[in-house]
Design a protein around this ligand. Structure first.
Ligand code: 3H9
Length: 703
């Protein structure tokens, strides 16, 4: 096997080099290499100091995440890090790129740290449902103030080199080449006669205020990280650093880590880590298909969506031509973009000159002809098929050959839109989520005739603009909105059966959804879904209770936050949602009129009905080939719909429940609720009855 650790001695300084592409993840081979190297260096009297550096784009980006699935092989992290820390001569970490997780922990086992100015130090373990498990919870509070250490570990936000210097995490920052700088630093140590400075021998910084700080953080985590195990375990581990000696603290960290690593929370988050990288690999699409060059993007429509998409592009330094029908629309659109950037400037996350640079990349125009230079044109106008077809016919006339024509439709038939052009192979769905400059998800919809390199280009664009692109095929609502339909249907039905809107939303939020669906409707506008349903009425169930609450609200003009009332009232300066007795009475009257039995579904029933309905639809999407993988659905829902990451997405969640449980749940609802909605998807039935799972099915499909 290829060695990933080597060393060379330069005039008394040993430079240990880690080389394990792509991100120097600390796998078993690397640990074994480090062990062998540090043992070998022990016996070499000419070595006066050691520099530990990495080649490639980054310092160690953490533990090898895959190893948590199989169990951590020997030599373990503690053994290797202890060997480094025990070195009799000073060890200097030379950090460039991103030192993450175990990467930071190695630097803490080194005695000194020198960083490149562009380096960043982060502990993202909580995002994987674990805690730093290679001594990080014990060493970090000994290297930097307890509060800084806790913040780094609880937020996962990386510290830039400059900030790391201020915090005392690094000893020197260089603008120049990192390895020579670290060698220079090591030489100075030798000249000064400075020996090893072992982190474990330092006192915890700020231990005196620890009690109050830890109590406050515990309360904060219980509130902001509901249903999670790892954040509270992390605080327990840090508490151990404060109250116990180093070795005892390390034991506490180890035992907490072992429990967390195999818990559902960590398995779910690892699943998403892989799933979010898997989405870029499209089955059946050759890996060597080159994307088309996208040097300029054209956007049609400067409303909320078009403006947000323009911001995504210019944030990634891609120039934009923004076209709208009237000067007034354009001006309003540009003003909104400026206002959004202005807010970032006020918050300090963007410099004023960066704002101006980005705005300067947007060329507004009233003329479709201005789009002739664009390599990709994204239409972002009102969700109306006739209008979109008209626009695509115009785009076809002006766009240069090979330009990609994208539509931001969230529900419409892209094959129909493509058919009005002479280049259906260049047409694709690019479904951004609102606000487009904030939301992570981009649904990439491959229509029947979309060319493979157009799909590859869309995936590449997603990466450039820092979005998670997920490929879907054409159907009403694609992956995300199609699965929302039955989920929302059940929520709406529950309020007709006697649960209040607040009870429905709170059941979903307690379970972990970022926002209850009825509150989401209020936020987005209850009328949006209602208008779509009116247009598709001929395709919908002939059930008078189907989405009836939304229809009633729209009939009264109570269309959500923009009207000051919807499922809830939004009064007062804060515009917080408060229950609306009039709406509750309206729903009760309607239930009587429709003769709907008042079951008063409790939180568990609400959760099961909404989620099982969603999962069942997901199974249908898999059978129909709309979603390519179960894990793609999980990415769509966690990146775009506020589904809790720690539950892994709807399909992973179904697997954790056991598909038999979901299947039997659906059969039970078939008996007590409207059977037309409770028909198990054939795939779900098949997998449930054979004791399989979506994950297993996916593995078999991709074999
Ligand atoms: C930890 O350290 C626990 C410790 O406390 C010790 C406990 C005992 N492992 O993201 P990319 C793969 S927890 C395995 O596309 P980028 C990735 O799957 C860990 N594989 O690149 C992909 O493979 P493929 C804490 C990893 O440039 C390829 O590398 N660390 C790992 O967009 C390229 O990745 C983290 O959580 C890994 N750790 O971004 C850091 N990292 O090509 C996780 C990456 O087959 N990693 N791969 O699809 C990242 O955040 C990003 O990868 C990084 C680069 C920012 C480094």
């Amino acid at each position: 096997m290829r060695e990933s650790v080597s060393y060379a001695i330069h005039d008394g300084i040993a430079v240990v080099t880690i080389d394990s592409p792509p991100v120097n993840a600390m796998d078993q081979t690397m640990r074994a290499g480090l062990k062998k190297t540090f043992i070998a260096l022990r016996g070499q009297s000419e070595v006066k100091a050691i520099v530990l550096a990495c080649v490639g784009k980054t310092f160690v980006a953490g533990a090898d995440i895959k190893e948590f699935d199989t169990g951590i092989a020997e030599p373990g992290y503690h053994e290797v890090l202890r060997l480094i820390e025990d070195s009799a001569v000073p060890v200097v970490a030379a950090v460039h790129g991103t030192a993450l997780g175990g990467g930071v922990e190695i630097t803490l086992a080194c005695h000194y740290r020198v960083a490149h100015a562009g380096a960043r130090f982060g502990l993202p373990e909580l995002s994987l449902g674990i805690i730093p498990g290679a001594g990080g919870t014990q060493r970090l509070p000994r290297a930097v103030a307890l509060e800084v250490a806790l913040d780094m570990m609880l937020t996962g936000k990386p510290l830039a080199a400059g900030k790391a210097l201020e915090a005392g995490l690094v000893d020197a920052v260089t603008e120049g080449e990192i390895v020579p700088a670290a060698i220079g630093f090591a030489r100075e140590l030798v000249q000064k006669g400075a020996g090893p400075r072992r982190t474990r021998e330092q006192a915890v910084k700020g231990a005196a205020q620890a009690g109050e700080l830890l109590t406050a953080k515990r309360a904060q985590m219980a509130k902001t990280m509901r249903n999670r195990l790892a954040p509270l375990a992390l605080i327990d581990a840090v508490q151990a650093a404060v109250t116990l000696d180093f070795d005892q603290g390390l034991q506490v960290e180890s035992s907490l880590s072992a429990q967390l690593e195999q818990a559902t929370e960590a398995r779910a988050l690892r699943h998403l880590f892989y799933a979010e990288r898997e989405v870029r690999k499209i089955p059946g699409l050759a890996r060597d298909i080159a994307p088309r060059a996208v040097a300029r993007v054209g956007i049609v429509g400067s409303g909320t969506m078009g403006g947000g998409i323009a911001m995504c592009c210019v944030n990634a330094a891609i120039p934009v031509t923004l076209v709208d029908a009237t000067q007034q629309n354009l001006e309003r659109g540009l003003a909104t973009i400026r206002k959004n950037y202005q807010r970032s400037v006020e918050r300090g996350s963007l410099k004023a000159e960066q704002m101006e640079q980005r705005l300067a990349l947007i060329t507004p125009s009233l003329d479709f002809g201005a789009l002739a230079q664009a390599d990709l044109i994204i239409e972002a106008v009102f969700e109306n098929l006739t209008l979109k077809k008209e626009i695509f016919a115009k785009l076809d006339a002006v766009a240069k050959p090979g330009a990609i024509l994208g539509t931001n439709t969230s529900t419409l038939d892209i094959d129909e839109i493509a058919a009005v052009t002479r280049r259906p192979q260049d047409v694709i769905g690019l479904h951004f989520f609102s606000p487009a400059n904030v939301m992570q998800l981009l649904e990439i919809v491959q229509a029947g005739r979309t060319a493979p390199d157009v799909v590859v280009t869309a995936l590449e664009l997603a990466k450039r603009i820092k979005k998670t692109g997920v490929v879907a095929k054409v159907c009403y609502g694609f992956i995300g909105n199609r699965m929302m339909d039955p989920y929302g249907r059940e929520a709406e039905r529950c309020v007709l059966e006697g649960a209040t809107p607040a009870e429905v939303d709170s059941a979903l939020e307690q379970w972990g959804m970022a926002m209850g669906i009825l509150a989401v409707y209020d936020m987005a506008g209850v009328d949006i879904g209602h208008l779509t349903r009116l247009e598709r009425a001929h395709l919908l169930p002939k059930d008078p209770s189907f989405y009836r609450p939304s229809a009633m609200l729209c009939e009264r003009g109570w269309i959500g936050q923009k009207a000051g009332r919807g499922y809830y009232r939004y009064d007062g300066a804060e515009r917080n949602r408060t229950p609306d007795p009039e709406v509750i009475a309206m729903l009760a009257d309607e239930a009587r009129r429709l003769d709907i039995p008042q079951r008063h579904p409790d939180a568990t029933e609400i959760q099961q009905r909404c989620l099982y309905a969603m999962i069942n639809e997901g199974a249908l999407l898999l059978e129909e080939g709309i979603a390519l993988r179960a894990s793609d659905i999980d990415v769509v829902y966690t990146a775009g719909y506020g589904f809790p990451r720690y539950r892994g997405g709807p399909m992973f969640y179904a697997d954790t429940l056991g598909l038999k449980t979901v299947y039997e749940g659906i059969l039970a609802f078939q008996k007590t609720l409207d059977p037309q909605y409770w028909q198990p998807a054939p795939l779900l039935k098949k997998l449930a009855l054979s004791g399989s799972s979506f994950a297993q099915w996916q593995a078999e499909q991709t074999k």
